[in-house]
Design a binder for this molecule. Sequence first.
Ligand code: ZN
Length: 432
Amino acid sequence: MKAFRASILDFTGDPLQGREALRYFEDGLLFVEQGRVQALGAYDDLRSELKEGVTLVDLSGRLILPGFIDAHVHYAQTDIIASRGEDLLDWLKRYTFPAEQAFAGVDLAAETADFFCRELLRNGTTTALVFATVHPGSVDAIFAAAQQLGMRLIAGKVLMDRNAPTELLDTPQGGYEQSAALIERWHGRDRLGYAITPRFAPTSSDEQLELAGLLWREHPGLWLQSHVAENQKEVQWVAELFPWSRSYLDVYDRFGLLGERAVYAHCLYLDETDRRRMVETGTTAAFCPTSNLFLGSGLFDLAAAESGGMTLAYGSDVGGGTSFSLLRTLAEGYKVSQLQGYNPSPLRAFYDLSLGAARALGLDDCIGNFEPGREADFIVIDFSGSELMQRRIDRCETLEEKLFALMILGDDRHIESTWLMGECRHRREPTA
Ligand SMILES: [Zn+2]
């Protein structure tokens, strides 16, 4: 058994519904046994449990948070981050498709997958919902890398049977069979889960989307991930490709691809009916602000999503996104909302990275907070990781102010260490 002493923060519910959902111990103690949370409380209340055989890890002066959850990211786009392009469709053609073609090679896939997982951990991300490429070997590579580190990770093979280079196309039946084999091989093994992954409506035929829906119904407990309504030209293209559809989201709805455990990146151009369908079906919107700004796609309406009760999580969307850090992501998300006259709560933002995202993914019985029995995935925040942050924190009077400073100024320098199932899997290099 291990016990971690630090300031400790987590959520037991949505803090917008009531502040009591925030749980904070200025001087706290977190007990972990065999990788799972055993107890959480104030140091003074639990110190008598520090018996022989319990290893005390003293992190006084630091803040422990549940590990962050990235709800939308492409591992094969790691090396095209920060590539200059005009907009989504131009960017896909110039950078994404050529980069993804190279993932036919298993060595590149394995090396990139390993780097990607370590980069997630370096940024405090302990779980992610990940796009691989169209190649089954690219899925094997990301699962093997996550398994090696003991990470909880969900990924899937991209389904794409039209409107992309020939080398990247599968067929409806072939994509269905490859996905089924990967599900058999990986889903539910250790901490890994499978997501059916049609890239987006323009690159899948009706038949492929039909089979994606069939696959999802055949395997209860699977996730589904895709993109929707990211860019206005893309929305127009979808209207031309699916002339019968009422809206872009309606295409997915028609094929039975909305529901709990379905996560759609972007959701920028939704109408009232679309929003209602998202809420009715329990479908999750992944807000990817660094990507939306970088590609000039548009502004996500966070106020409408929150007030309408839409299930929500944040995504880094690397490589369209410009940072692996979900702290950087929150900062950009805040600015996107400010531009629309909405001032989001930092408490809700940190909930969205932890319990909120865990609930969105149906994983809140495993991760997301420090209830007894949860898998002990957590991060240690060190405000002194940069001098400026420390100066700002020293002048904060409330916890909320500190969290706000963390989300606006924070990055990988402030992630001192990252723990999976109670084991340290990343420790920041000591600064000079
Ligand atoms: Zn994406």
